[in-house]
Design a protein around this ligand. Structure first.
Ligand code: SAM
Length: 287
């Protein structure tokens, strides 16, 4: 992705509001990931594709006065919002930088942590996106990625139009050049880029109408189903059937929504450059 207008889900206030709600629903999963990785005081962190800096702000709480957080993001609108947060909080060690992972000039061997949430599934070339981020890591530093392995999406009771939605969302990502299964490719990409796999954990949320997960999904599907039709991925009749099925479930207090799988994947930069991916990791090596 070369500029902000390419971002599949759009750059506007509705998307900013959706990202805030999304963080309220999924922030616990993200922070549990940081707990497992031991992110703490003094760490230098890069939040790549930071959006309005919601995770950057959480990272600042962890790293404190002695650490550093850089939010890298191509959208000026999202960054303006986060610059305001930085100013109001009086943070001197949090920086909002405009740019993409592929295009930004990042210091080599600098960061203890590079974090990437819900970005890599949108980019056309995951390796070209990751390589500069890995260069910016210190030897021994961690890259931590959260994104979809787009299975598991479901509305219960089943049997309606929405059962076909996983295929449509995967095609929607593809239409923007992305890959909704990108996390499945991460172990191999990590090996190629000289990282050892440090964590690979799938997560799924579920809830009834009115719950955080249900509302989170509704804020995505109701505005995006018409856009899927505009792109020609579904007909207008299918769009109407998807929306009607969603609203019927939303009106049933005992219906359930299951989220797609979100994977936490972390890679540790090897002390020496990989000579073609021969490192073996306990529990993850080749047999
Ligand atoms: C779904 S939002 C996620 C924002 C944030 N990471 C979060 O979890 O709240 C995806 C963000 O990635 C940004 N983005 C897209 N392509 C990018 C790239 N190549 N490099 C850096 N950021 C990118 C978009 O502008 C958008 O703000």
């Amino acid at each position: 992705m070369s500029n902000e207008s390419d971002y599949l889900l759009g750059i506007n206030q509705t998307e900013l509001d959706r990202l805030q709600f999304q963080h309220a629903v999924w922030g616990g999963v993200t922070n549990a990931f940081f707990d497992r990785l031991g992110v703490g005081a003094g760490w230098k962190c890069l939040d790549a594709g930071a959006g309005p800096g919601l995770v950057s702000a959480d990272l600042r709480l962890r790293v404190g006065e002695t650490g550093e957080v850089v939010a890298l993001e191509p959208s000026e609108m999202f960054l303006a919002w986060f610059r305001d947060v930085i100013a109001r909080s009086g943070w001197k060690n949090v920086h909002a930088r405009t740019g993409t992972a592929e295009g930004a000039e990042l210091p080599a061997g600098y960061f203890d942590l590079v974090f990437v949430r819900w970005v890599i599934a949108f980019v056309p070339d995951a390796e070209a996106f990751l390589a500069p981020l890995v260069r910016a890591l210190k030897p021994g530093g961690l890259i931590a990625i959260q994104d979809y392995y787009y299975e598991g999406l479901s509305l219960f009771p089943r049997g309606g139009a929405f059962d076909r939605m996983p295929d449509v969302v995967r095609a929607y990502y593809k239409s923007g050049g992305g890959d909704a299964y990108v996390t499945g490719r991460l172990p191999r990409l990590f090996r190629t880029l000289g990282l050892e796999l440090a964590d690979f954990s799938p997560h799924q949320l579920a809830g009834r109408p009115g719950s955080g997960p249900f509302e989170w999904a509704q804020r995505f599907f109701l505005p995006h189903i018409p856009l899927m039709a505009e792109k020609g991925l579904i007909t207008r009749e299918e769009a109407a059937a998807f929306t009607a099925d969603w609203l019927a479930h939303a009106a049933d207090p005992d219906a359930l929504f299951f989220s797609p799988v979100v994977v936490d994947a972390a890679g540790r930069k090897l002390e020496q450059e990989s000579s073609g991916g021969r490192s073996e990791i306990p529990g993850h090596g080749r047999s």
